[in-house]
Design a protein around this ligand. Structure first.
Ligand SMILES: [Zn+2]
Length: 279
């Protein structure tokens, strides 16, 4: 599932390839994604110029010059393909194809949990998909006081709190584990018990792990014209995620007392951490 850094990379890829392009034609081959693609989609985009790309949490937004914006969410398996040719040969699961003056833009999604929709740009923040989201990890309003206020209402572990999109939007399972490891906070701690100092460290850690992954994505994605939703290279950057039983990168004497990276399951999601380092 693409997490925030992957969405940022996909958005940047689209921006580099297609900013300023005019959409000449659009065709939807399958409307049944997580939310059905609106019937007005094709008419709303054709003839418009693409003027801006940005990201809101794990959504990518493509703003057009006619008052509409296209919103994308990549679900479990959604990806964008950008092709130099107009009318490219279609592959299985290519659900939306737009031909532009700078090449074609294709949305491919085998499992169809993603979203491609359109809304009026002036109403974007009241769109049902976006209006309940908490602050983006990079939003300047995300600070210790904000988090304290949000966590006060919750009797859940800090790991679960990080996954709650109404608190911070855009952190997924991988980066929740990575940020807690970097901040030296146990994923099992009840979120109410996290101190101000720890919250400050945690916010910094969240931004650091996401920034690192965004940088890795940007530098690894050599050919921006073929952004691939299945971006496995972020694995290289992980300290703990998926590394059960491996040596903990920050414990100097990994045999005693650190037993290496442990895995546990919280609310059905895997968490990776070092019980020796994270208290
Ligand atoms: Zn350790």
């Amino acid at each position: 599932m693409p997490e925030l850094p992957e969405v940022e990379t996909i958005k940047e890829s689209m921006r580099k390839a297609l900013d300023g392009a005019v959409i000449e034609s659009a065709k939807v081959y399958n409307r049944s994604l997580r939310c059905p693609i609106p019937d007005v989609f094709e008419n709303a985009v054709v003839g418009a110029k693409i003027i801006k790309f940005y990201r809101i949490a794990k959504y990518a937004v493509m703003e057009l010059d006619n008052g509409y914006s296209v919103i994308w969410h990549f679900g479990m398996s959604g990806k964008i393909k950008i092709n130099n040719e107009r009318n490219p040969i279609l592959e299985k699961h290519d659900h939306v194809v737009m031909n532009t003056t700078k090449g074609s833009l294709i949305y491919n999604d085998p499992r169809r949990f993603g979203v491609v929709t359109i809304c009026q740009t002036e109403n974007i923040f009241t769109n049902p998909l976006l209006c309940h989201l908490g602050l983006d990890p990079f939003d300047e309003n995300l600070n210790v006081n904000y988090l304290k206020g949000k966590l006060r209402e919750k009797k859940i572990s800090i790991k679960q709190a990080l996954l709650d999109q109404a608190i911070i939007s855009g952190i997924g399972n991988i980066y929740a584990s990575e940020a807690l490891y970097l901040a030296r906070i146990s994923p099992l701690r009840e979120s109410l018990t996290i101190t101000q100092k720890e919250l400050k460290d945690l916010i910094e850690a969240i931004r650091e792990v996401l920034n690192k992954a965004i940088k890795a994505g940007g530098s690894t994605l050599h050919d921006y014209r073929k952004p691939d939703g299945d971006i496995g290279y972020f694995q290289l950057q992980h300290a703990v995620y998926g590394k059960e039983g491996q040596k903990c990168p920050n414990c100097l004497f990994p045999d005693k007392p650190c037993k290496g990276i442990q895995k546990l399951v919280q609310s059905g999601r895997s968490t990776y951490y070092c019980p020796h380092l994270q208290k």
